[in-house]
Design a protein around this ligand. Structure first.
Ligand code: NAD
Length: 391
């Protein structure tokens, strides 16, 4: 029986993936094997002794003490792409909002409340809210990951001519991307060509302020810019100039701040990108499955600190070792196994940055499982040894 502690309320759709005969799930649990959470701040929490995995239902993991978890051999998971459809739908909404002056029109219509002949006033005043159709227009998508690919494909289906830019495009994304999406030679070439631009890259030291003065200078006049990724990707001072000189006619953002909310021709959405019940269900389901697969079989998928490891379980004795990514580790491990006359049926060794994971299937533990945990645990650089399946 595995004990799972939930630190936030987690959708039933996810928790239902944890069979009650194998998993005890509760919001209060003294020494859990696993934790599922959303935004609960774990940084000041003492990590329970038995804790083997932490699954974040969502993408951001800055509420989790990743380094501390790595040192203790605790695998931290997140759920990339689980909210991609929710964001895609809001981006499509944003494209229409940026075109058709819908928000301004609705605001104006509210002012007609209580007036006489509203229908006549509507017909008389509607001309000021004309806006172009998107069919046949050019959309540039910067960042073709889980969200960018869905946006690009949907825009193709809506009749737009879509350009994409992503120098680190993954093989999976390439498989999923419509062949109608045109590859832009550079970000500058993309912004010079397109009528609408949407950003879908993560915010990090390389991308902070990426839409800067130079990129706005390369941007086609009258562009509509959408930012459903992170506020910090667009340089606010440069944006102000671009709005003032007509480079950008409309900026749609899911990340308003005190400065941006004051600007003209900006539509501010209060970070609603992933705010759908389906997205919460998807995140919870993915988090629960990741944790379950790891606890039961040692399989790692979507970890932010340890490498992915998908070794199907074939019914043997399985042991998992979480360790530093240093030379000589595999030799040190196999020496101990051979000294105990234990035969390796299968072994996977993978690394991710400073950390590594070794998953070993043995014909049998030969009654030496506890001794093995003790001996392997003494190897310099090993953070945790876990008997996954006794077989
Ligand atoms: N509005 C919201 O509520 C909401 C919800 C989810 C995610 N997001 C944001 O959207 C971002 C994208 O999410 P995702 O799930 O598509 O992530 P993802 O990791 O699947 O995709 C990101 C893509 O950006 C690309 N990339 C990285 N640096 C780049 C660069 N300099 N130029 C061009 N491409 C670059 C990567 O190669 C990758 O393909 C997230 O990082 C997050 O900040 C916002």
């Amino acid at each position: 029986m595995y004990n799972i502690l939930t630190l936030n309320s987690i959708s039933e759709v996810g928790l239902n993936k944890l069979e009650p005969e194998k998993f005890a799930v509760s919001g209060e649990m003294a020494n859990p094997d696993g934790i599922i959470l959303r935004s609960y701040e774990m940084k000041d929490m003492e990590l329970p002794e038995k804790l083997a995995g932490v699954a974040r239902a969502g993408a951001g993991t800055n509420n989790i003490p990743i380094d501390k978890c790595s040192e203790k051999g605790i695998v931290v998971f997140n759920t990339p792409g689980a909210n991609a459809n929710a964001v895609k739908e809001l981006v499509l909404t944003g494209i229409f909002l940026s075109s058709r002056k819908i928000v301004a029109g609705i605001e104006w219509a509210k002012e007609l409340k209580g007036k006489e002949n509203v229908d006549k006033l509507v017909e008389k005043g509607k001309g000021q809210f004309t806006g172009p159709e998107i069919k046949g227009k050019k959309l540039g998508v910067i960042g073709l990951g889980a969200i960018g690919v869905l946006v690009a494909n949907a825009a193709v289906a809506l009749g737009m001519e879509v350009y994409g830019y992503d120098p680190y495009l993954s093989v999976d994304a390439a498989w999923n991307l419509s062949s109608d999406v045109i590859k832009a030679a550079s970000m500058e070439a993309l912004v010079a060509e397109c009528d609408y631009i949407t950003i879908h890259v993560p915010l990090n030291d390389n991308t902070r302020g990426m839409y800067n003065k130079e990129l706005f200078a390369a941007t086609k006049k009258g562009t509509r810019l959408l930012n459903f990724a992170r506020g910090g990707l667009v340089d606010t001072e440069a944006l102000k100039t671009a709005l003032a000189d007509g480079t950008i006619t409309e900026y749609i953002t899911d990340f308003p701040d005190g400065e941006v909310i004051e600007l003209e021709n900006v539509i501010c959405i209060p970070h609603l990108g992933a705010s759908t019940p389906e997205s919460e269900d998807n995140c919870a389901e993915m988090a629960a499955i990741e944790l379950k697969q790891y606890l039961e079989y040692g399989i790692i998928k979507n970890s932010v600190n340890f490498p992915n490891c998908d070794a199907p379980y074939t019914g043997k004795a399985r042991i998992a070792l979480l360790h530093k990514n240093v030379s000589g580790m595999v030799g040190a491990i196999t020496n101990i196994l051979s000294a105990d006359a234990l035969n390796i049926d299968n072994m996977v060794n993978k690394s991710k940055g400073a950390w590594a994971y070794t998953l070993i299937d043995l014909d049998t533990f030969g009654g030496k499982a506890d001794k093995l945990v003790e001996e392997l645990g003494k190897i310099e650089g090993i953070c945790r040894v876990r008997i996954v399946q006794e077989a």
